[in-house]
Design a protein around this ligand. Structure first.
Ligand SMILES: Nc1ncnc2c1ncn2[C@@H]1O[C@H](COP(=O)(O)OP(=O)(O)O)[C@@H](O)[C@H]1O
Ligand SMILES: CC(=O)N[C@@H](CCC(=O)OP(=O)(O)O)C(=O)O
Length: 262
């Protein structure tokens, strides 16, 4: 099967003009079919503060009220998405920027049954694989913002790590998919403050141990949960590592490789 790389770019890189620009140049030079998923949570939080809209995160998920939904849509599906596409055009690679409502790319429903009310947060129901395949077959890179829709006119906010996992999973019938979570650190670290402590491989058993020891915490927990979910649903390879090392990550020469079995 033909290869497809789904790459998620972390919030701290999005927030750093120089790092983002360098990452996008590397991304543009990667051969083959690619999807880039981004968020922009830090910028959304900053803009909300400027607009006096209080923000609350629960387990890495933003409680999204009606005003916050407007901010995140403007930030993710607006500035961040279009800035990335413009930079990819400048780097000589064609790209199209979409959110989940565009071309019915990602259908979701408002989260239900949770102990707390997350507001306009969406859980994914379906990826429009035909749309992704049509664009990829035209050699157009797809840049995806983490805003979904429910087909009833409601936009929803969905975590970007989850969007990357769902796209990777959805396209794994048609492609041999590698999923790369790139962010500001060198991989999953034994000591989250020490970039020299990269763990080369993680499996479900070592994951539970590292979590129990407190070595894996915060945003890394949902990231790894998404990584295992992808591997258990047909995705061939999942790698977590440094955005600056994208080339090596894709070749499996850097970062942390996630394994479905011990
Ligand atoms: N063992 C670990 N190794 C690396 N990062 C970790 C670890 N445990 C927790 N983290 C935290 O997880 C964060 C990454 O999660 P998150 O901020 O959600 O990702 P992203 O940058 O992709 O949006 C890191 O910035 C780091 O603070
Ligand atoms: C529901 C939910 O939490 N959505 C996320 C989407 C953005 C995101 O995931 O961005 P980063 O990857 O930059 O953190 C949020 O609004 O923060």
């Amino acid at each position: 099967m033909e290869q497809l790389i789904v790459i998620k770019i972390g919030g701290n890189i999005i927030d750093d003009e120089a790092k983002l620009s360098s990452f996008l140049k590397t991304f543009a030079s990667v051969e083959g079919k690619k999807v880039l998923v981004h968020g922009g949570g830090k910028l959304a939080t900053r803009l909300s503060a400027q607009l006096d809209i209080p923000q609350q995160m629960v387990e890495g998920r933003r409680i999204t009220d009606a005003e916050t939904l407007k901010v995140v849509t403007m930030v993710y599906a607006g500035f961040v998405n279009k800035n990335i596409v413009a930079q990819l055009q400048a780097a000589g690679t064609n790209a199209i920027g979409i959110c989940g409502a565009d071309g019915n790319a990602i259908l979701a429903h408002k989260r239900r049954g949770a102990a707390i009310d997350y507001g306009f947060v969406g859980d994914v129901d379906a990826i429009n694989t035909d749309l992704f395949q049509t664009l990829l077959n035209q050699d157009i890179n797809i840049v995806v913002a983490p805003i979904t829709h429910d087909a009833q006119g409601q936009l929803l906010n969905t975590n970007a790590d989850t969007i990357a996992q769902e796209i990777a999973k959805g396209l794994s019938q048609a492609f041999d998919v590698s999923l790369v979570y790139s962010f500001e650190k060198s991989g999953v670290l034994r000591n989250a403050e020490d970039d020299s402590t990269v763990i080369n491989e993680i499996n479900p058993v070592s994951y539970q141990q590292l979590k129990a020891e407190g070595a894996i915490f915060a945003g890394m927990i949902p990231k790894l949960d998404n990584a295992f979910a992808a591997l258990n649903s047909g995705v061939q390879k999942v790698i977590i590592g440094k955005a600056e090392e994208l080339g090596q990550l894709i070749k499996g020469q850097a970062g942390t490789t996630i394994r479905a079995e011990a």
